[in-house]
Design a binder for this molecule. Sequence first.
Ligand code: TYR
Length: 273
Amino acid sequence: AIDVTLPGLPLPAGGLHPISRVYDDLIAIYQRMGYEVAEGPEVEDEHYNFEALNIPWYHPARDLQDTFWLEESSTGLNGPSEPGAAPAPSVPRLLRTHTSNMQIRYMIDHEPPLKMVSRGKVYRYEATDATHESMFHQLEGLVVGPNISMSDLKGTIAEMARGLYGPSAKVRFQPSYYPFVEPGADFAVYWDNPRGESKWLELGGCGMVHPNVFKAVDDLREQAGKERVYEGMTGFAFGLGPERIAMLKYKIPDIRYFYANDPRVLGQFRGEL
Ligand code: TYR
């Protein structure tokens, strides 16, 4: 006989990857503050990834971000689009080493005042271990307007920390160096966990947008036939890694678990229908 009163069997459903969950939380926090969300390319011109961000070819900061360059020959990606056509001019291209390329792309397309966040994959040519991967993710933020100050930046990061970890969350800033900001800082949030695992979590870098970046954007806008609108502007930017948040939040001890596609890991994030 069939017992129709037995509970039904749940159907297994897909689930959001832990990195997607953290991104969704972060983006919701910034959308509440009025930020636009932008996306951009992972294969990028050298100019947007480095040059326009005040990192010229001779700058030592290029070594801090070991780069995957694309090998492009006359038969490669920049080759003739059809047999007999002239090859495209070769612009050095790379896998973006950070999402800061989106600061440049967004400012070329938009006029201040603006508030933007951008999520996406970034790539570094480096050995992998429990805390390093050659592909990982970043969230970039950019705010530009006539009177933006460092206190706006600190308030924004504190608001994000409260959104992630509740009203008692604390933020810490330490002086740091990035060529595209002055002054620059690294920030950490205090992760106050009731199970007694509280600690400072180094989350990312930030700072006040360097005037050379605004100038580079205006130059690119001019080349594209657009008005120069960034001279004399002020702004702040930040970049952070969702992997670090997800590793603590979901107790994932090794960053490589995120991308190994092991069902024993990902299955823990599955939903039910
Ligand atoms: N791009 C930096 C990195 O990848 C992070 C960063 C982003 C730092 C924006 C400062 C800033 O204004 O390490």
